[in-house]
Design a protein around this ligand. Structure first.
Ligand code: CP3
Length: 348
């Protein structure tokens, strides 16, 4: 049914003629056309809540580059916003919640939102994007992990050290578990709705799990991602990707939770990651996003290094190790996408 199903095949570790590539944050501020649409919307959240504009920006990188997937334009913080925490974005500072979760009473009030009501705008965007894609490329849906969402909900925004969250974790682990339980149910329902609305792959972004100790990671992040993945197991044809930034040390544990693919940041050798996970999962990654500041020749050489490190055979989805920087020149992205398509053929 899909004209280009290379991504789906690679995620299921089936043979492909080349290595598919998409880029985390492929629709974003490095594209002047994105900045135009955002300005027209008025703010980032107004953009996120307008399905027609979400569709427009989702398609923007696809018009420029021969990417192998579209990713829903939205944000992981739509869930806590729908829980009533009052999300806004402060220019140059990132996300902020007006009503962060601090007291036991705040926690008792938390409920998973109904995705088809409070997050209807996301499902409408999924539906519109699928229509616009005309089965050319697969559409990836996503959510933050229960733990990463809790980080923002408790801190009230970004944090350098997660002091408030970690204080809660070590002094009242029972309360953090209550938040995580609500988030887990919210994330599961949200991803199920996205799948019902039309996404063909789902990805969990665990941006902050890597800040935990090994034991805390297992208890407060991985266990809840496992619950989400297991709850979605019935959606057999929809590959599930789990990405913990800084999670390379725990790769074996992540590969064992039932996901189809594991995302890697750039700190890990992807060849070693493949040897450690055997043929249990596909791997997605893991070029350092800073490579895109180099010349086209260097970009090709570094892309080839990642392809060669993974080696021959199926199961690799090329990506950056984290989101693309807003200071990236779009021309360099074209060099990467074309380079991966050309250079990867010898590995298949
Ligand atoms: O990949 C894509 O193209 C899909 C869109 C997408 C966005 N955010 C759009 C966005 C995705 C998948 C996300 C996920 C997300 N959001 C994560 C997990 C991935 C990661 O980067 O670790 C996190 C932690 C967030 C929370 C968030 N949203 C932050 C911290 C910020 C501010 C970042 C910054 O650089 O200022 C955002 C805003 C955001 N989300 C932007 C985009 C394109 C920039 C907003 C703008 O236009 O100003």
């Amino acid at each position: 049914m899909l004209k280009n199903d290379t991504l789906i095949r690679a995620l299921l570790r089936q043979p492909t003629p080349y290595t598919p590539i998409w880029i985390m944050r492929q629709a974003g501020r490095y594209l002047p056309e994105y900045n135009d649409t955002r300005a027209r919307a008025g703010s980032f959240m107004q953009l996120c809540t307008r399905p027609d504009l979400c569709t427009e920006v989702t398609l923007q990188p696809l018009a420029r580059f021969k990417l192998d997937a579209a990713i829903l334009f939205s944000d992981i913080l739509t869930i806590p916003d729908a829980m009533g925490l009052g999300l806004h974005f402060v220019e140059g500072e990132g996300p902020r919640f007006e009503r962060p979760v601090h007291s036991e009473a705040d926690i008792a009030r938390l409920h998973p939102p109904d995705p088809d009501r409070e997050l209807r705008y996301v499902m409408d965007a999924v539906w519109q994007i699928r229509r616009a894609l005309k089965n050319e490329l697969p559409l990836i849906g996503f959510s933050g992990s229960p733990f990463t969402l809790a980080c923002y909900m408790v801190e009230g925004g970004a944090s350098a050290d997660f002091r408030t969250l970690k204080t809660l974790l070590y002094s009242r682990p029972d309360l953090l578990h209550r938040i995580l339980d609500v988030n887990c149910r919210a994330v599961t329902a949200y991803l199920a709705s996205q799948i019902e609305a039309g996404v063909q792959v789902v990805m969990l972004f665990d941006t902050w799990g890597g800040t935990l100790s090994a034991a805390a990671y297992r208890e407060f992040s991985l266990a809840y991602m496992q619950r989400v993945i297991e709850a979605l197991a019935g959606y057999r044809g929809v590959p599930k990707i789990v990405f913990t930034k800084g999670g390379g040390l725990w790769l074996d544990d992540i590969a064992a939770i039932g996901c189809d693919a594991v995302g890697l940041d750039w700190t890990m050798d992807i060849g070693e990651a493949r040897r450690r996970t055997g043929s249990r999962v596909a791997l997605q990654g893991n070029l350092d996003p800073a490579v895109l500041f180099a010349s086209p020749e260097t970009i090709r050489a570094e892309a080839r290094r990642v392809l060669a490190a993974y080696g021959k055979g199926p199961g690799h989805v090329f990506n950056l190790g984290h989101g693309i920087s807003q200071f990236t020149d779009p021309e360099r992205v074209a060099a990467l996408v074309d380079g991966v398509h050309e250079l990867s053929r010898e590995f298949h």
